[in-house]
Design a protein around this ligand. Structure first.
Ligand code: HSE
Length: 291
């Protein structure tokens, strides 16, 4: 029997669109065992078995290995679906890891990174899901490169999770087909400087360079409370509000946790219901074999 635990992930962190992501301590756990039949238990039944990302990833991994055993899998999930916290990445990474672990550890970490990025289409959730911490990735002509970056211990990461969903496909359809050179240069510069700020604890740098021009301006409109929450948080605390992945979860990066009074103000003044939680940075996916 295998137990696989995957962390939530917050991708982009503003200007790091499709290349920067952070693992956070909210977890999905999957228990997997070899069987003669296929069975999926505990999953969100809105997602049919035929399209299940865990099982699709498992079969993809098996295809690469050249051997496929049917499995029983039980989901125990805390990462909300379609929320911008990497729930699909969690299913994909766990499914591939299960395929590797049940067939003689046939997939390396680099295989998992490459195959999961192929399935997800971008590496910024799957890479921190697998590696943990803060990860920068490039998926170019030379293949996929993912590197952990240090995170200064002073940072606090607060997730604000609303009671509605947005699919990544829908949020990606909002984006323009191309950007100007000025936008590209500014985003590249800010992505480097935001990474530097996260690594060194430079609060001023995150406040001044957190601006993104690739996705946030086009996605804010999908989150009715966005401007209200930004004003409440940024006027009370030194920190920067980002859209987590493709939203609707928001990520507030600061060095002081929002206090209860501020959280109550958000609850009172917003249209949606928002759950607010300061979450530690997480290590990467853990695969354990139990007898
Ligand atoms: N980088 C991706 C996007 C993350 O913003 O569309 C999706 O979670």
């Amino acid at each position: 029997m295998l137990t696989i635990r995957t962390p939530a992930t917050s991708a982009n962190i503003g200007p790091g669109f499709d290349c920067l992501g952070l693992a956070l301590a909210i977890y999905n756990t999957f228990t997997v065992e070899k069987s003669d039949t296929w069975e999926r238990l505990g999953a969100d039944e809105r997602f049919p078995v035929a399209d299940d990302l865990f099982l699709t990833a498992y079969r993809k991994g098996c295809g690469v290995i050249g051997e496929c055993t049917p499995i029983h899998v039980r989901f125990d999930t805390s990462i909300p679906a379609c929320s911008g916290l990497g729930s699909s990445a969690s299913l994909i990474c766990a499914g591939l890891a299960a395929a590797g672990a049940l067939h003689g550890n046939a997939l390396s970490r680099q295989d998992l990174l490459t195959l999961s990025t192929e399935m997800e289409g971008h590496p910024d959730n799957v890479a921190p899901c697998i590696l943990g911490g803060l990860v920068a990735s490039a998926n170019g002509r030379g293949g996929l490169v993912s590197k952990n970056l240090p995170i200064d211990a002073r940072w606090r990461f607060t997730v604000l999770m609303p009671d509605f969903e947005i699919s990544t496909e829908e949020a990606r359809r909002r984006l323009p087909p191309s950007y100007t050179r000025e936008e590209a240069v500014q985003n590249a510069a800010n992505a480097i400087l935001v990474s530097h700020a996260l690594s060194t604890g430079d609060l001023g740098l995150i406040l001044s360079q957190g601006e993104d021009r690739f996705h946030e301006p086009y996605r804010k409109g999908l989150i009715a409370d966005y401007e209200r929450i930004r004003k409440i948080l940024e006027s009370s605390l030194d920190g920067r509000l980002f859209i987590s992945g493709s939203g609707p979860t928001l990520l507030f990066v600061s060095q002081e946790e929002p206090k209860t009074r501020l959280i109550e103000q958000i609850t009172k003044e917003t249209v949606a219901y928002w759950r607010v939680k300061t979450v530690p940075v997480a290590a990467g996916m853990v695969v354990r074999e139990e007898s």
